[in-house]
Design a protein around this ligand. Structure first.
Ligand code: ADP
Ligand code: ASP
Ligand code: MG
Length: 418
């Protein structure tokens, strides 16, 4: 089977005329005898609109997670049905399925569900009838039969997971930029498109906030060796397939020599986090567990963590969480943690952002961290937190310096140059 999965993001299906253009692009592939499974996002802005509607009727929509997903998942269903209709209208037999109809089975973590398995029988049967199968992105169904969503940007994950389950030749992620850039081209005009990026680097870029691909999608691509390419849906749809299928950015599983030369491949930033600091924490064994155990139990993800060394038997403990989970995290700390550990104060800062430089070349180069700190120092930007791994360095800084920091680092690491 010559099976290709294509995913179209919100902008790509943002209006009826855009959906028609997608349909014509799909037709081009269909006419070249490809079997096609198309994953759609909701039309751009739609998921946010649904979220606002929920917020109009609920002060805390997280209290009703099942209903949250019931509402949020609906945007994709509209886009999928519209695309299937367009395809049928232009002579391409097509059928659309919602995640629960496939079914794409997930756990029950509403709002951030994980895919457990995909039943491919119906899809394969439709493909055998020479139909293009449209599947709603971003969603699945749990064991209770409730609709679940996979977290914002989750249609990428639906696409790569379907590619893995159906053993597709390739997964093409069509979006509103023509590939993965050295940093978000909306922030730095000089950002350059990378024709290839290693899976490991993409994993770091996504986990550090680069919204071009959802991190779970990259994880699936890595685990199941799915050949994944990011490319533009805004180009003319009648360009030759050969040209189109070598455009954009390929997520590669091999590190070639040329790539090793680049010390830094990209810069990511994330404005979605908030920092919590607990002061006067007794510096005793088990205290980190006493703080973070209840946070994990409340299903709140923690990102960066720092603990200072103690002078007087007490220490400060800081960590970051997603801004949307800040209030919940503070409540957990006040209710379950504070009485246990006798901390003196809990404070928070949501005016932060995390800026990270990423590159596999860091493995064989020293001095990247000091160069990064020098650039920030020259711009007068104070660093609040630092974390490193073999191939990335992240700093937390004041939110208002984010663009300045990203531009200065992009220039200093010469990412604007070939
Ligand atoms: P879609 O709706 O197609 O899923 P997204 O908005 O989720 O699209 O992702 C595409 C956007 O990601 C681009 O418009 C761009 O602003 C942003 N972006 C962030 N980092 C990068 C990067 N390194 N390279 C390319 N685009 C990036
Ligand atoms: N529509 C969902 C979102 O806006 C999923 C996606 O676009 O990938 O997050
Ligand atoms: Mg996206």
């Amino acid at each position: 089977m010559k099976l290709i999965i294509q995913k179209y993001g919100g902008t790509s299906v943002g209006s009826s005329s855009r959906i028609l253009k997608v349909a014509h692009r799909v037709k081009k592939w269909y006419q070249c005898n490809y079997d096609l499974v198309i994953v759609t996002s909701a039309m751009s802005g739609e998921t946010n609109k649904l979220l606002s509607l929920l917020n109009e009727v609920s002060t805390n929509n997280k209290k009703w997670p099942r209903e949250l997903d019931q509402v949020l998942s609906s945007g994709e269903q509209i886009a999928a049905g519209l695309l299937a209709t367009c395809l049928n209208e232009i002579g391409v037999p097509s059928v659309s399925y919602a995640g629960w109809q496939v079914p794409i089975k997930t756990n029950s973590a509403h709002g951030k569900a994980r895919i457990d398995s995909i039943d491919t029988k119906k899809i394969i049967s439709e493909l055998n009838k020479k139909k293009v199968v449209i599947v709603t992105g971003f969603q699945g169904v749990d064991q209770l039969g409730s609709i679940t969503t996979l977290g914002r940007g989750g249609s990428d994950t639906s696409a790569v997971a379907l590619a893995a389950a159906l053993k597709a030749r390739e997964c093409l992620i069509y979006t509103d930029v023509d590939g993965v850039y050295t940093t978000d081209p909306r922030i730095v005009q000089e950002a350059r498109r990378l024709s290839k990026i290693t899976f490991e680097e993409m994993l770091e870029m996504s986990s550090l906030g680069s919204k071009i691909l959802q991190i779970r999608a990259v994880e699936f691509a890595g685990k199941y060796k799915v050949k994944t390419r990011v490319l533009s849906s805004l180009t003319e749809f009648n360009i030759p397939i050969k040209e189109e299928s070598t455009s954009g950015t390929l997520i590669t599983h091999e590190e070639d020599k040329k790539m090793e030369n680049a010390v830094i491949s990209g810069i990511a930033f994330n404005r979605d986090e908030a920092k919590i600091t607990i002061t006067g924490v007794p510096d005793t064994p088990g205290v980190a567990f006493k703080i973070l155990g209840p946070i994990a139990k409340a299903n709140i993800d923690v990102d960066m963590i720092i603990q200072n060394s103690s002078n007087d038997g007490t220490t400060d403990f800081s960590f970051t969480v997603n801004r949307t989970e800040l209030n919940e995290a503070i409540a957990v700390l006040n209710n379950s943690v504070r009485p246990e550990i006798n901390a003196s104060e809990i404070s928070s800062d949501n005016q932060i952002c995390k800026v990270s430089v990423v590159g596999i070349g860091m493995r064989s180069h020293v001095g990247v961290a000091s160069q990064m700190f020098e650039v920030l120092s020259n711009e007068g930007i104070n660093i609040k937190m630092i974390s490193t791994s073999e191939i990335k360095i992240s700093v937390v800084i004041n939110d208002k310096y984010m663009e300045l920091a990203v531009r200065a680092l992009h220039k200093a690491f010469e990412l604007d140059q070939k």
